[in-house]
Design a protein around this ligand. Structure first.
Ligand SMILES: [Zn+2]
Length: 115
């Protein structure tokens, strides 16, 4: 399962930061998931407690997912705009129809709330 390995490395990263900050408990973890990352936010939410349960510091941690929208890059005016649908997508800046998808393909640990 792809998301379980992501959850495990996320837990590892969170644990190291929390230990460095001498936190006793991690309350919540916020991650930003790029539209092109191929990560299923729901599956990750499901896997996170499984990955976290071995570590007391993380046992009550809540995972918050911030889904980053898809982005398009207009080839006519060279500006970016957000949008989910591929069909009939018109650039809001110039009305252009030529653009390609540039959504982020990364998963980023955005913030941690610790106690
Ligand atoms: Zn445009």
């Amino acid at each position: 399962m792809h998301e379980l390995s992501i959850a495990l490395s996320l837990v590892d990263q969170v644990r190291r930061i929390a230990e460095k900050e001498s936190a006793r408990q991690v309350v919540s973890v916020r991650v930003r998931v790029g539209a092109m990352s191929g990560v299923d936010g729901e599956a990750l939410t499901f896997c996170f407690p499984m990955a976290a349960r071995e570590f007391p510091i993380l046992e009550n941690a809540r995972l918050e997912i911030v889904a980053e929208p898809m982005q398009w890059f207009c080839l006519e005016c060279r500006q970016r705009f957000a949008g989910e649908s591929v069909s009939e997508r018109v650039c809001p800046h110039c009305g252009g129809l030529e653009h390609h998808l540039t959504g982020s393909d990364t998963l980023t640990l955005e913030s941690l709330e610790v106690a």
